[in-house]
Design a protein around this ligand. Structure first.
Ligand code: ADP
Length: 176
């Protein structure tokens, strides 16, 4: 499913964030230390190879809502943008911190001249953010912010499971 907001195409697909060769950057739902772990961070570091952790080391730790950028190493993408989502029930205010992840990732992309990027469902896994709410914050923030940043033509949400896909599809349907 796809919708266009003022020249920026926003799409929702089911898939693996490490297998998106046609976008310039993928976003990592990172941990503060920017190290391999479970979920998205584990998959991204496995696919990128050890050079990614090495490049990340001097950039860590990052704070909830913050975004940093590295190369893609062995991933098919030129860049990885690492964000630290809020841990639900712990890092507050959750909604603002989650929106900051998307906003700051888009801002970094804009600064680097990146025109296409893919996000996973930040905070909706190990960090426990309720899925429907996480999807609404993600879709609303991206549809509002991406068109304001010159040059971002395509943003893709890559969801791992059917339930995640449905939540994001619904959020995209509902957003004005
Ligand atoms: P967080 O710690 O920010 O909650 P997780 O990596 O635990 O991040 O999970 C975020 C979301 O990404 C979850 O919905 C999870 O199912 C999904 N996910 C896990 N691995 C992948 C992958 N390889 N590609 C895309 N999404 C993934």
């Amino acid at each position: 499913m796809k919708k266009t907001f003022d020249g920026t195409e926003v799409e929702v697909v089911r898939g693996d964030i490490t297998d998106q060769p046609d976008v310039e950057a993928v976003v990592n739902a990172a941990n503060a230390e920017l190290m391999p772990g479970g979920g998205v961070a584990g998959a991204i570091h496995r696919a990128a190879g050890p050079g990614l952790a090495e490049e990340c080391r001097p950039l860590a730790p990052i704070r909830p809502g913050q975004a940093v950028i590295t190369g893609g190493h062995r991933l098919p993408n030129r860049h990885v943008i690492h964000v630290l989502g809020p841990v639900y029930g712990q890092d507050r205010p959750e909604e603002r911190l989650l929106a900051d992840c998307y906003r700051n990732a888009l801002r970094l992309a804009g600064e680097r001249g990146i025109s296409s990027l893919a996000f996973p469902a930040v905070s909706a896994g190990a960090f426990g953010y309720p899925l429907e709410e996480a999807a609404r914050v993600a879709v609303r923030t991206v549809s509002e912010e991406a068109p304001r940043i010159g040059g971002i033509r395509r943003v893709r949400f890559v969801l791992f499971g059917e339930r995640e896909l449905e939540a994001f599809r619904r959020a995209l349907e509902e957003v004005a």
